[in-house]
Structure formats: structure tokens, C-alpha cells
Design a binder for this molecule. Structure first.
Ligand code: 6PG
Length: 255
């Protein structure tokens, strides 16, 4: 990794919203998802969103599959991608694709051709190259510009499958790369969007909840530690917002 990310007035200069609890975070995220989807479809005829994995976004996905959000999203214009995937088959319990299907995609009228799966079960380097072509084809050029990228945060400061010290963090030409990391007993072999692919987005939304994330949230946002991958998510021409519950924000200073 090169120099540290820009540090403005002593903290990462990003929007952060502290909400009461996990449910409030999911509702705010759903509200934003609906708003961004409607705006994108209205303005550009489609909404490209990269979903995150792990456990945190499940509440959001379930909410989007329910009324009133279900009726508010222009599903015919929604195109779903993944920010990262584990190198497992789509029906594997550890698959981020399966998580999204079980909680959201299997319950909404999104056209099957609008679901762009990261093929985790393929050879990783080939799968990464293939997904890069999917992205470039969809965005008709070398640089995808997602309308929304959803991200989580690991206790070690990783996001997507960009882990501390990983060579994936240095990727500048590739949009998708393989990655290896041990975390929480999850599959070590991953595929991930790179920082250039994420930072080209119009909007990035971190969803972080729970007291076990309080320390790393302050490490990231107050730069108590350096070289944490989530610190490098700074869209070049877009916005990044952190949606936190009070438990995850417990170590943030109010200043
Ligand atoms: C994954 C995710 C990963 C996740 C964090 C937080 O595939 O596991 O993309 O980046 O967002 O590890 O996971 P939790 O939401 O389960 O805490």
C-alpha cells in the first residue's frame, strides 16, 4: 500500500449516521436503497448495485423483500452484482449469492438476467477475469460506476474481501481479483472488487452494527490505526456514508 488515505480534520471526512439499533440501520439503508434505485432508473434507466456479504446486510435484504420497500423499488431496472464472494458453489451456506437469494432475490420480481453472480466455484483468477468482463460489458467501458456499493466492516478493518496487508489492496488495473484470508472461520479463498472498482461508485454505504465493531470503527474513522482497508474507500466522484448503530459507534468521539 502507498501513503495513508487523506486524513481531514483529524478524522476520515465521511458522512456517518448513528442510529438507535440494528433495525434502525436496516430501515435507513432500505430507505436509501429505494431512493437511489428510483433516482438511477429515472435518470439512467437502470440501477447497478454491488451487494455485500457477511451477516450484517441480511436484515436490509429481508426488509427490501417486504412491504413497503418491496413495492417501492423498480425491480425491473435493478441490476445486482456482488462486492465479493467466497470461492464456494452458489448453494453453499457460505455463499454471499445464496444469502442474497434466500433473503431478497428469491422474493422480488427482479429479472433473472439482472442478477450478475460472481462465479465462486470457478478457478479464482479465471472467475475474476470473467467478472471484470461482465462489469465492463455492463458499463460499456473499462470503468464500472456502480450507483451503490454496499459494504460491511470486519473486526480487522477489512471490507469486501480486501484484508489488511493483502496484495489485492494494491490492484490498480484490475476491477476484480482473488484474495486469501482467514476470518471468522469463513472460506479463506475469496473474490473481491478492488479499490478502483469500489471508489468509482456514485454512492458507497457501510453498514456496521454491534459492540464487537466499536473498536475497529473508531480505528478506521479516527485513524487510531493505519493501513486499514476500509480507510481507503473514498469514492473519487461519489459519496461514502457510514450507517452505524449506537453499539458500533460507542468509541467514536462526538466532536
Ligand atoms: C464477506 C463480506 C465481508 C463482511 C465483513 C463483516 O463476504 O464476508 O463481504 O466483507 O462484510 O466480514 O461481516 P459481518 O457483517 O458478518 O460482521
Amino acid at each position: 500500500m502507498t501513503e495513508n488515505p487523506p486524513l481531514l480534520n483529524g478524522a476520515l471526512d465521511v458522512e456517518r449516521l448513528i442510529l438507535a439499533d440494528v433495525g434502525a440501520v436496516a430501515r435507513e439503508a432500505a430507505r436509501r436503497f429505494v431512493s437511489l434505485a428510483r433516482e438511477a432508473v429515472q435518470a439512467r434507466g437502470r440501477f447497478g448495485v454491488a451487494l455485500s456479504g457477511g451477516s450484517t446486510p441480511a436484515d436490509l435484504y429481508r426488509l427490501l423483500a417486504q412491504s413497503p420497500y418491496h413495492e417501492q423499488v423498480p425491480w425491473q431496472g435493478v441490476h445486482v452484482f456482488w462486492g465479493d464472494e467466497r470461492c464456494v458453489p452458489p448453494d453453499d451456506p457460505d455463499s454471499n449469492y445464496r444469502l442474497a437469494c434466500d433473503t431478497l432475490l428469491g422474493h422480488v420480481p427482479i429479472p433473472v438476467e439482472n442478477v450478475h453472480r460472481l462465479v465462486g466455484e470457478s478457478e479464482p483468477a479465471a472467475a475474476a477475469r470473467a467478472y471484470q468482463l461482465v462489469l465492463q460489458d455492463f458499463y460499456c467501458g473499462p470503468q464500472p460506476r456502480f450507483d451503490l456499493v454496499l459494504l460491511g466492516l470486519g473486526r480487522d478493518g477489512h471490507t469486501a474481501a480486501l484484508f489488511p496487508g493483502s496484495p489485492a489492496l494494491d490492484a490498480r488495473e484490475q476491477l476484480v481479483v482473488p484474495a486469501q484470508a482467514e476470518y471468522d472461520g469463513r472460506p479463506a479463498c475469496r473474490l473481491t472488487l478492488t479499490l478502483p472498482a469500489i471508489n468509482a461508485a456514485r454512492c458507497v454505504l457501510f453498514l456496521v452494527t454491534g459492540s464487537d465493531k466499536a473498536s475497529v470503527v473508531a480505528d478506521v474513522l479516527h485513524h487510531r490505526r493505519q493501513l486499514l482497508p476500509a480507510q481507503y474507500v473514498i469514492p473519487t466522484a461519489g459519496e461514502v456514508t457510514w450507517l452505524l448503530d449506537q453499539a458500533a459507534a460507542a468509541e467514536l468521539s462526538t466532536g
